[in-house]
Design a protein around this ligand. Structure first.
Ligand code: ADP
Length: 264
């Protein structure tokens, strides 16, 4: 804690008062340190694909280009790395917009059950390729919420993609919708590798990954859940994870339910 004192006193008169300004230095330092870490992380995340691309381009220049097998393969690697950098920069731009409140949510009232079905339907093809089965525990009774559908689609896409990415072939992914008083709770449960207890809150931090090498090989940016958290908070909801290491993970989030009279 840092304190600045100012004495209030007329010339040669009595002291009338004292103004004390207290700064929470530790809080400021913490923010400053987080900012430095963030910049270091961004630089590292951008350098990794760039150095990979450089070495593959060098190999192509050194003759791999005229090799029938290596040429297309190395070009493919540089293409994937480019895609990864685009995803990363898009995620960063989105976070920076959120941080500066430079965005508007276009809220719309929708039946959340139907909305969930539509989002899950789009994943059925990819899931089938990985022999993953979606189990839907969604009541057919219409339940209305006010959401920005594009942002909510992004949140659920991210959580479902993670559930599939960090699961073995042949698992189930269960999506459930539950009404709890004034809140709706949505959960997405997988039977994958799980998350160690000490990491369960950290996965919502920017760039935090349980296993960096693995996460990178499955194409993640490490920002998906950080963006999801910001977007859920912007909807007045909460988001958290429960997981048993080696058994599976469930990501929960809540949304305020619309009152009956709101959807007339
Ligand atoms: P990434 O792009 O790395 O997937 P996210 O922000 O989406 O970034 O997730 C952060 C980290 O949380 C992941 O790298 C992974 O370690 C962990 N994680 C997220 N979802 C799951 C899941 N369903 N099962 C196991 N680990 C998960």
């Amino acid at each position: 804690l840092e304190a600045n004192f100012s004495v209030i006193q007329e010339k040669n008169g009595p002291i009338n008062g004292l103004i004390t300004v207290l700064h929470d230095v530790t809080e400021q330092e913490k923010i400053e340190q987080e900012r430095r870490e963030f910049v270091a992380n961004v630089s590292h995340e951008l350098r990794t694909p760039l150095t990979t691309m450089r070495s593959y381009l060098e190999a192509l220049e050194d003759g791999a280009m005229s090799d029938q097998e290596l040429g297309p393969r190395f070009l493919g690697v540089t293409q994937n790395e480019t895609e990864r950098m685009i995803r990363l920069v898009n995620d960063l731009l989105q976070l920076s917009k959120i941080d500066s409140y430079d965005y508007k949510l276009a809220f719309q009232s929708v039946d959340i059950g139907q909305f969930l079905h539509e989002v899950i339907d789009r994943f059925e093809m990819i899931a089938q390729n990985k022999h993953i089965t979606f189990i839907r525990k969604i009541s057919s009774k219409p339940t209305y919420v006010k959401i920005a559908t594009d942002k909510m689609t992004q949140v659920i896409d991210n959580i479902i993609s993670n559930a599939m990415k960090y699961s073995p072939e042949g698992g189930n992914v269960t999506i459930a919708l539950l009404q709890q008083g004034e809140k709706l709770q949505i959960s997405i449960a997988d039977q994958g590798m799980g998350i160690p207890r000490e990491s369960q809150t950290k996965i919502f931090e920017r760039f935090y990954r349980v296993d960096k090498a693995r996460a990178r090989s499955v194409g993640g940016t490490g920002l998906g859940l950080a963006i999801a958290k910001e977007l859920i908070h912007a909807h007045q909801g909460e988001i958290w994870a429960e997981s048993e290491y080696g058994k599976g993970t469930t990501i929960f989030f809540t949304l305020p339910a619309m009152q009956e009279e709101d959807n007339q």
